[in-house]
Design a protein around this ligand. Structure first.
Ligand code: ZN
Length: 216
């Protein structure tokens, strides 16, 4: 478990992604109190941090509006497919909206070949209430659209489903799950649906001074 102090308004940003942002590893590595590993592969750099699901944020109800800001048809299609997949579970509903400013979530591209992340989710959480305030879901064109990395349509969709899972409030798991740290190997599984139902059946976790940084 790794904690850092939030700002004065008890609000902070939680960065969550398929792979770690190197900056975060560098910034927080000194204070990891669990054995952490950093693994570099062609596709992912991972720092394994044990996280407590109870520290997750969540929306006030299992639904969120999302604005899609892709200039790329492949990624736009994949994100829409991932949204439809989550909606089909009945556990959480994403509503695509046309008003960017009013959207809870913005899904867009990033182009970063430095941090080794195929996707990244950046959530703003009010830790006093435990509820998400807004968030961004990024798909990294530097990997997903680079033929060298061989991402199939299915794996791009899985990546989008994984990032949307973080935007719902899910953490990583080593079970067979869309929330495996690797991110693109599995689509939404029954265990993921159950986790969402469980998350939204309980009161949000609040904290007056701490939040969990979950990066991977
Ligand atoms: Zn992740």
């Amino acid at each position: 478990m790794h904690f850092y102090q939030t700002n004065l308004n008890f609000q902070t940003r939680v960065n969550i992604g398929i792979a770690a942002v190197k900056d975060y590893i560098n910034r927080f590595q000194a204070s990891f109190d669990d054995p952490s590993t950093t693994k570099t592969t062609k596709q992912t750099t991972k720092a394994t941090i044990k996280t407590d699901n109870d520290t997750n944020g969540r929306w006030t109800s299992p639904k969120a509006t999302i604005y899609l800001d892709f200039q790329n048809q492949t990624l736009d299609d994949a994100m829409r497919e991932a949204i439809n997949a989550w909606n089909a579970t009945g556990a959480f509903t994403f509503q695509i909206v046309n008003n960017k400013k009013a959207a809870n979530l913005i899904a867009t591209t990033m182009q970063n070949n430095q941090d080794q992340a195929a996707g990244l989710t950046d959530m703003s959480i009010n830790t006093a209430t435990g509820y998400f305030m807004d968030g961004h879901v990024y798909l990294n064109t530097a990997y997903l659209l680079n033929p060298e990395y061989g991402y199939t349509h299915e794996r791009i969709v899985n990546t989008a489903e994984h990032e949307l899972g973080h935007a719902i409030g899910l953490s990583h798991t080593n079970q067979i799950s869309v929330m495996q740290p690797a991110g693109s190997n599995y689509g939404i599984q029954q265990i993921d649906i159950t986790d969402v139902q469980r998350l939204y059946a309980k009161a949000p976790t609040t904290s007056t001074k701490q939040t969990t940084v979950n990066n991977n």
